[in-house]
Every structure is written in C-alpha cells, then in structure tokens.
Design a protein around this ligand. Structure first.
Ligand code: R5P
Length: 300
C-alpha cells in the first residue's frame, strides 16, 4: 500500500464535498486540480491539471446525482489522465450507478453494469474499490474488473451509536449486511422475502411470521432509491407491533418522494453515509455519517 501523504487523487464532479474534505484532512490524500464545464449544447468537458506528474493517480467519484453525466465525466477523465501519461490506480467509486441492473431480469433488457463499466478496462483500469455496491460478485463478473467492496455499516454504527433488539435485511440479497451489523450489536438477525414486480416496480414483502412485537428493529440495506422497499417494510413491522424502526442504509438517494413515503411509514431514524450528495437541509430524523475515516484505511 502507498503512504497516505504520497497519495494523489482526482475527486471528480459528483464526489460529495464532505468526503472530499475528509479524504484531504483525515487521510492526507492530495487532490489534483481539474476544470470542468458543460457546453451550451449539454456536452461535458474536463481538463486535468498538468502541473504535477504523479506516478499513480486514484480516481474518486460518486455516480449520483445525475448518473448519466457522471459516467461520461468518468470516461473523459480517464482518457485525459491517459493523455497526460499518468498511471491510474484503483477507481474508488463511492456510489455505483446502474449497479442493480447487473443481470437480465426480463428478455430484451441490457446488463447495464456490463454496458457501462466493462469499457473501463480500455483505459487500463483493472481494480475498482466500491462502497457497498449492490452485488460485488455480479458487478465484477459483468464488468470484468477486480472488485474490492467496502462495507461501511459497522463504521457508521460506531459513529452514531444505536440500540436495537433485532436486525433485519429487507431481502435475502441484503443478508450479509445484516449479519455483520447484528454481530456488532450482539442481537439476532433475520431476512424477509421481497418480491418486486419487474414491470410496475411495486414491492411486496413477506414477513414470514416474524415476531417483532415490542421490539426495536434496525433495517440494514444498501440503497434507498424510490423508498418503496424501506417504507413497505417499515409499515409492516409497525403492523406486527414493532416499538420502533430505524434504518441504516449506505446510499440514500433522497428524493422528495422518498422522504415523504418514509416519513408517512413512521421511520424513526435513518442513518446513511456521505457516499452521495444530499439535499439540504435534511430533516432531523436523517443523519449523515462521514465515512472518509474508513476510506483512509485503504492507503494505510
Ligand atoms: C434491492 O435489492 C436493494 O437492495 C434495495 O432494497 C432497493 O433497490 C431499494 O430501492 P427502492 O428504494 O426503490 O425500493
């Protein structure tokens, strides 16, 4: 591993300012400057500073909000770095857009992960470090990249502290997150069966006779997008007599609609990471944890 003080990185547009500051101040990583703009016709432009010529440059980015523009900028930056003769180290993708379409659920659909990320290899990228990507295995298979996936839930737990009687994964795919979290808390964990209508997007949850009466429940997941999954699970837990429902979710893409349905479902607290930029001000029940301290360990 490289010494932190030698570490050079480009924090591309989309990288939340709080994490950029954290990487610089907490980790001692040094950011390379660049200039970016959008042309009047909507095309994007980026120019990386040629003032320094580091041996290796890491590229850091969050591909939200505006996933489509962020992906174009990632490719433009990689080509620019290649043009400067810089060797690109691992890509640190704080949030991977399109990661959930990592297989063909319906005939005629694309494997979006393959379409969008396999081209990175053409720029010499071999390794990607992701933060709680939806499925590291499928992301790696579809993109052909070597994936190191960082799970931030335990780190977040240490930062905020919380108590619960039960940890729940909203579906089987999220079970590994719940297991790690439950171990930290020393409480049992369960997973629910989730069914999503692949055409309408409607979510149905089978609580499988779960007993949460008078219990404080924590739901652990990777992402809030529409908020449907979390809101549906929360409502059902309250119907089953849960005392309180808290969620710890790595990437909260907080749209107005998601906030409304989660508030309506009665979620008590949402703890999330600064892997994506959030609208401001946030309501008091949403807490954002700076996970730069966890990412520092990548170069320690
Ligand atoms: C699904 O498998 C994911 O882990 C999330 O639970 C899901 O994508 C959340 O999306 P939404 O907020 O739109 O229900």
């Amino acid at each position: 591993m490289r010494c932190s003080h030698n570490m050079r990185f480009v924090g591309l547009p989309g990288t939340p300012p709080t994490i950029l500051e954290g990487l610089k101040n907490n980790c001692g990583w040094r950011a390379l400057n660049y200039f970016s703009k959008t042309f009047p016709d909507g095309e994007l432009y980026i120019r990386v500073s040629a003032e320094e010529s580091p041996d290796v440059v890491w590229v850091v980015q969050s591909l939200y909000p505006n996933q489509n523009a962020r992906i174009v900028e990632l490719y433009l930056a990689l080509e620019a770095l290649q043009g400067l003769g810089f060797k690109v180290g691992p890509l640190l993708l704080l949030y991977v857009a399109y990661a959930r379409q990592d297989r063909r659920f319906l005939a005629g659909e694309p494997v979006s992960v393959k379409a969008l990320y396999s081209g990175l290899r053409g720029f010499g990228v071999k390794n990607v470090i992701t933060v709680d990507v939806h499925s590291p295995e499928r992301f790696g298979e579809a993109s052909g990249l070597e994936v190191k996936n960082v799970l931030p839930h335990a780190f977040m737990l240490k930062r905020v502290g919380l108590k619960a009687d039960v940890v729940l994964a909203p579906d089987k795919g999220a079970l590994h997150r719940a297991v790690a979290f439950a171990r930290e808390l020393g409480v049992p964990y369960y997973y629910l069966e989730k069914y999503r209508d692949r055409v309408t997007g409607e979510v149905r949850i089978d609580t499988k006779g779960l007993d949460v009466a008078n219990r404080d429940v924590v739901i652990v997941d990777d992402i809030i997008s529409t908020g449907e999954t979390l809101a549906t699970v929360t409502s059902q837990l309250y119907k089953l007599g849960a005392r309180s429902v808290i969620a710890v979710v790595t990437h909260a893409l907080i749209t107005q609609r998601a906030m409304e349905i989660l508030e309506r479902a009665g979620i008590k607290r949402l703890v999330t990471a600064n892997t994506v930029a959030h609208p401001e001000p946030l309501p008091p029940w949403i807490e954002v944890v700076d996970i730069s301290g966890l990412l520092c360990q990548l170069t320690e």
